[in-house]
Design a protein. Structure first.
Length: 119
């Protein structure tokens, strides 16, 4: 899962924004530093969506001049799971019941910073 990022020189370095996740804004002194900061900004912004349990916008198609910022596989899986839970209006307790597990386990799976094994 790749989110397109727009990188622009800002006079002091590089400004980075995400068209799909407007809350994710950052900058860096060099292009390389700005890209690293962009990964952190994207993860921080996504964390707000998880905390609020709101649907996360899907990445749009890359446009000329944009750079891709990849989500780790585990985070991408959590994004997909959270979005489906929001769309179906399923609470963690209900998903746990359907999967034969505990609500606590589902809460861990839908917490962005909790290390969850993809399997």
């Amino acid at each position: 899962m790749f989110y397109p990022a727009k990188m622009e020189p800002d006079g002091k370095g590089w400004m980075v924004s995400f068209p799909d996740i407007p809350e994710a804004l950052t900058s860096g002194k060099s292009e390389k530093q700005a890209l690293e900061m962009a990964k952190n900004a994207l993860m921080t912004a996504l964390d707000f969506y998880f905390d609020e349990r709101t649907e996360i916008p899907e990445p749009s198609r890359m446009k000329r001049g944009q750079v891709p910022v990849e989500l780790p596989a585990g985070v991408a899986a959590k994004v997909l799971l959270l979005n489906e839970m929001v769309r179906q209006k399923i609470r963690p307790a209900e998903l746990a019941r359907r999967l034969g597990t505990t609500a606590q386990e589902i809460n861990r799976m839908t917490h962005l910073t909790h290390a969850t094994k993809i399997d």
